[in-house]
Design a protein around this ligand. Sequence first.
Ligand code: SF4
Ligand code: SF4
Length: 452
Amino acid sequence: MQRKSKAKDRDALYPKKPSGKLYTRRIWVSYALLLLLFACPFVKLNGEQLVLLNFLERKFVFFGLLFTPQDFYLFALAMLIFAIFIVCFTVVLGRLWCGWACPQTIFMEMVFRRIEYWIEGDANKQKKLNAQNWNGEKFFKKGLKHIIFLLISFCIANTFLAYIISSDLLFTIITEPIKQHLSGFISICLFTIIFYLVFAYVREVVCTVICPYGRLQGVLLDNQSLVVAYDFSRGEPRGRLQKDSFITNKGDCVDCSLCVQVCPTGIDIRKGTQAECINCTACIDACDEVMIKIGRPQRLIGFYNQEFVQDRKPYKIGLKSYGYAAVLFLVMIVFSSLIYKREDVQTTVLRASGTLFQVRKNKETSNLYNAEMINKTNREMKFLFRSKDRDDKIEFIQAAEVLPKEGSAQVTFFLIRKNETIKEYKTDAVFEVWVDGKVISEASTSFFAQPE
Ligand code: SF4
Ligand code: SF4
């Protein structure tokens, strides 16, 4: 068992180095995800990094799709879709996300833990090293480990900030004198320390105590969710392997405790599904190796739903999952239609306050308006602002021709109509914004006049 004493409970967890088919697959999945994680803020598409989550300026980018502060509702909807997807995924596949795709687990188990195994050796050697007095070997191993941990934490902190403040700004902070970007420099140091403390000391407590998703498992999982589970009806009564084990009706579990020794959260899966289990599948690999050695079928520990383990009922997706999937589908349709209708330029036209209409010479009437065009793209645009009704005239008081990238332009103008065309007190006025010979945005408001 990995734990030594209550007082030293936190720093006494020494999971044995896992191995096996699932672990090898996890390594490849993790490396692919790490590549994606480190590439997204630094690779550019259409002049924007692949993913940007700038909460401070409410600017978000997802693979070429730019969301400005005006699109915050779309971002909120995208987050809702992500949350429903995670719920749906969890109801069907349990905590698979935690063990196989969560950045915390990937960094902890596939980066920091592997470095620890490489420098300090497997669980027993780590225990021995920690117990021994400080000598040259211990100083060297501990020093090397913590220097590498700090360097990796520094890389993670920079990548994290590149997601939040953009890789361009991060590059500026790094390349220019520190005193010009003191807050940026402090942020890099602070996040480096936070990541270092998390991966060097806090470790699995993030998953077992801090993470709110982990705490939600009890609510989300049901008897049909697939989770890493011990097939107790096959494994019990457990007992050390003896020559006459078949005669004494022992179960398949030989009580070797390997499944407990490899567990990164220090639990015994044979006690049933537990909130601390992150579905990393290390215990499946460990037990499979034992089953192969003793000539029993594999998957004494495997991906099972409770109904199968308890009543041997075959796996089927539950009604709850279909319900969540239907909600997810509906929200995705709404989101797609909003994205489809979304304009590159958002135009708002408001009547100038304090004015209703002006009767002019030449039998004309005018209304005064303010208009604002917001450019939601990362390219500058030359634009033309005009009325949809070609009989209308526009007289600018404040004109503009250029929309800066991710910026806005304001115009103030009179819309002038001939009195002979005015049949009602209140009529519609529709305006168009033209860029490169195409209408890219429209806005409508009301026009007031005294009919003849
Ligand atoms: S690894 Fe398998 S056989 Fe060994 S204790 Fe765990 S469940 Fe039993
Ligand atoms: S019980 Fe098994 S799957 Fe769950 S965290 Fe421990 S090793 Fe991973």
